[in-house]
Design a protein around this ligand. Sequence first.
Ligand code: EPU
Length: 338
Amino acid sequence: MSIQHNVSLKAYNTFGIDAKAKYFISITNKAELIEALQLPQFSEYFILGGGSNMLLTKDIDIPVLHINSKGIEIIKTNDNDVLVKVQAGENWHDFVLWCIENNLGGVENLSLIPGNVGTSPIQNIGAYGIELKDTFVACAAIHIASQEEKVFSLGDCNFGYRNSIFKNEVKGEYIITSVVFRLTTKNHKINTSYGAIQQELEDNNITNPTIKDVSNAVIAIRQRKLPDPKKIGNSGSFFKNPVISKTAFELLQQKHAKIPHYVVSENEIKVPAGWLIEQCGFKGKRFGDAGIHENQALVLVNHGDAKGKEILALAKKIQDTVLHQFNISIEAEVNVIA
Ligand code: EPU
């Protein structure tokens, strides 16, 4: 384990923000992690995974632990499924591709989501009708204060929409070191309930899709709609889709007959924040190097050298405008480091 000094984090966050880490430590296994957590001169740490869900608005003065442990292994084989243990530093999409290559089903709808496996449970990543929780079995984590290992089962994690125990009760207390998934080896549960996937498969004349077909469809849809962080800095959806009351929704629908929505429960409706932001006229706009993506208004982008504070100011302006125009508060999904 070695400590590097004054390292630019530009290459380590998908927004491409040029914040500096005063101390930067690359962690490749559990022993190194424990060693770093026991350094006597430090008491607080900044945990960095794939850097795909954060907006850095300042330099980081506490040690940055870059979780870079690798490894994917099948730990149990059952009749119809296997349990696969994945180290936290594995890239999420590489893991999905490994599953497709090995004919393991369950995560194909989550193709091309940026970030690492170790951070995927924190916000219960989800897309196209599937969430992480649907294949999650357990994760191992190190308690930062005691350096003891704890295993969190599916039930322990309290997964919700872009939410888990790691964003609430135990926020900032643990570092996830590995995740175990249950993946099907046959009779895969193909999920094409999301309209865009059905359309994509139809366009390609696929009637009986395999997990690879679904993965390819998701990749094609995402590539059309979402900017590639390697080309233009972004953190995916910047905001969560707000859930509003049925009464508030019906009032909105009177004015906007075509408003897209998903029914959450009898009295709750989820409205796409991207739609609200587009209605406010922000889609494709640019303010210096901070902007709103031209194909998906939910995604804020860094056109080059935007400062984290400029992106944050744009996010606030969008939130204020949506609140003023629709009386709906939209909340950041991205973790703002301020
Ligand atoms: N829409 C607009 N304008 C926009 C964007 C969207 O009118 O600029 C409308 C679309 O036409 C559609 C509806 O809003 O009718 C929903 O759009 P989309 O299918 O793109 O999904 P989303 O609700 O905007 C969510 C996730 C995405 C995920 C997709 C697909 C959140 C915050 N975002 O977006 O997740 O890929 O569904 O499942 O829930 C991410 O978290 O980084 C992410 C990309």
